[in-house]
Design a binder for this molecule. Structure first.
Ligand code: PEP
Ligand code: MG
Length: 576
């Protein structure tokens, strides 16, 4: 039995065998294979070689057509690597001798080749290193891709172990028998974690070496609340966790009773509780959990798993569906927030969009009004089918809000002249997720209809700790006094200008912080749907004046840890 500690990403307990999936960033799993599996592994290797050959020939044809024969000839060298008998034979003989999975052996042989070639003082041979690497990656991807596609025909419940899971990988698992997942990288609010929560799958991320330490088929306990993964637990531990799993179900029952009641405090203040979605088909989950609206519809996921950009009509149909399905409850559509860890899976995106501080989200939209306006037109057109609102991500100051609104005005004028109806009073909000926006909330509040605090980004920017990096996850603390002060400033500025303020970052669904946020004056909480019942239960169990007192006390504390201990202790009192 070994215990691995990672970052708690999605709560709950799962007990099931490990199922490993590979990734082309090449943390190739090392697995011992049985003697009788050797022929199958050789076959898998041969198939990967054939597939890679086919891919290269196709690529060569395309390049020849688009760029000329000379460029296409580069791939001749790649094809030669594929036919290198020495390389192939070495893989097969080591496979037989060492009895390890073929992907791992192949990677080892590849490494050795690259090392040997880099020592040779011959320019021609040196140049072949990049060919070998390139083809090697393709072969590995095809070898591992085989494992990955296996996810669609799982026969039993499993816990997925991966170096990393992109949002599209996670989305593809939607209907699989995946009851937990564990990754080497990622932080609490990385998109892997957010997707896990919305799928209600317990997850632990940022374990660093899970893919090395866990072998396929190992029995696992994933405790998504404490960030613990127990590998091959003994009988006693297994029983204790089974009990815990049952107990959790009991607690959940208490929360479930609250789910269809309004979130009213004991002294009568009503709070709006809504759900976050990434895809229209998550609407039923929000309703099922008692959500009173959609506080964040992340539209960039719309761009995933497809080849071209969505058309205005496709945007419109999706927004119309969500608006109608939730009617008369409100839906807040967040305009395109591409970049950072939210990428387009099918498109190559410019390097400058990949950085969290880079050319992304509203910055990208303002620079590409063609893409932006198309989305705005679709939102406006859909607004007649329900109660739609919209908000811009990553606003850093009032100029960006004005520029975005100017494009919105153009979209409205266009629709007017085309005779297409839209809600003329549609509310337009600003996300407060950049510290400069939180600091100038009083200025922004004069020109926004509402605020929605995006703590996932606000925390990473204010504490300078990348939200997806497990190495700095210890710094990424929602209860840090700096974060609390930025939130307090935002709420006070909003209320002084008479606008409402919500929160749609993961922090809004943190049970221990709910009372604190209530005390700070938050009007609306939006969260992963499965958190709604618990947060409703908590809000229904407190008085607003006690929450305010608690917030005041918390704001006097010096460290995130002190705030966390204080709020946790109060939560235990409430849940008693
Ligand atoms: C946030 O930053 O808190 C937020 C809700 O947006 P996202 O997680 O999509 O960046
Ligand atoms: Mg954000």
């Amino acid at each position: 039995m070994i215990k691995l500690k990672g970052i708690a990403a999605a709560s709950g307990i799962s007990i099931a065998p490990a199922y490993k999936v590979g990734k082309d960033d090449f943390l190739v799993p090392k697995e011992v294979i049985r003697q009788e599996d050797i022929p199958q592994q050789i076959r898998q290797f041969e198939e990967a070689l054939i597939k890679t050959r086919r891919e290269i020939i196709e690529l060569q044809k395309r390049i020849g057509h688009e760029m000329g024969q000379e460029e296409a000839q580069i791939f001749d060298a790649h094809l030669l690597v594929l036919e290198d008998r020495m390389l192939i034979e070495e893989v097969i003989s080591r496979l037989k001798k060492e009895q390890l999975n073929v992907a791992f052996i192949f990677q080892e042989v590849l490494k050795k080749y690259v090392e040997v070639f880099s020592k040779i003082e011959d320019e021609y041979l040196k140049e072949r290193i990049s060919d070998i690497n390139d083809v090697g990656k393709r072969i590995l991807r095809n070898l591992l891709g085989k494992t990955r596609s296996g996810l669609s025909d799982l026969k039993e419940r499993v816990i997925v172990i991966a170096h990393d899971l992109s949002p599209s990988d996670t989305a593809a698992m939607h209907k699989q028998r995946v009851c937990g997942f564990v990754t080497d990288i990622g932080g609490k609010t990385s998109h892997t974690a957010i997707m896990a929560k919305s799928l209600e799958i317990p997850a632990v991320v940022g374990l660093e070496e899970a893919t090395y330490k866990i072998r396929a088929g190992d029995m696992l306990i994933v405790d998504g609340s404490s960030g613990l993964v127990i590998v091959n637990p003994d009988e006693e531990t297994l029983n204790a966790y089974r009990q815990e799993e049952l107990k959790l179900k009991g607690v959940t029952e208490r929360f479930l009773l609250a789910k269809d009641m309004p979130a009213v405090t004991l002294d009568g203040k009503t709070i709006e509780i809504s759900g976050n979605i990434e895809f229209p088909d998550e609407v039923p989950a929000v309703k099922l959990h008692g959500g009173e609206g959609i506080g964040l519809y992340r539209t960039e996921f719309f761009y995933m798993n497809r080849k071209g950009l969505p058309t205005e009509e496709e945007h419109y149909q999706a927004y119309r569906y969500v608006a109608e399905a939730m009617k008369p409850q409100p839906v807040i559509i967040r305009t395109l927030d591409l970049g950072g860890d939210k990428f387009l899976s099918q498109f190559e995106i410019p390097h400058e969009m990949k950085s969290f501080l880079g050319w992304r989200a509203i910055r990208f939209c303002l620079a590409r009004p063609d893409i932006f306006k198309l989305q705005l037109r679709a939102i406006l057109r859909a607004s007649v089918h329900g109660k739609l609102k919209m908000m811009y991500p990553m606003i850093s100051g009032v100029e960006e809000l004005r520029q975005a609104n100017a494009i919105l005005e153009e979209a409205k004028k266009e629709l007017e002249s085309e005779g297409k109806p839209f809600d003329k009073d549609i509310e337009v909000g600003a996300m407060i997720e950049v510290p400069s926006a939180a600091m100038t909330a009083d200025i922004l509040a004069k020109e926004a209809d509402f605020f929605s605090i995006g703590t996932n980004d606000l925390i990473q920017y204010s504490l300078a700790a990348d939200r997806t990096n497990e190495k700095v996850a210890y710094l990424y603390e929602p209860s840090h006094p700096a974060v609390l002060r930025l939130i307090q400033n935002t709420i006070q500025a909003a209320h002084a200008a008479n606008i409402r303020v919500g929160m749609c970052g993961e922090m809004a669904g943190e049970p221990a912080l709910a009372v604190l946020l209530l005390g700070l004056g938050l009007d609306e909480f939006s969260m992963p749907p499965q958190m709604i019942p618990e947060i409703k239960y908590i809000i229904r169990s407190v008085k607003i004046k006690d929450a305010q007192e608690m917030a005041l006390n918390a704001l006097k504390l010096s460290t995130a840890k002190e705030v966390e201990e204080y709020t946790q202790a109060r939560l235990q009192d409430i849940l008693k």
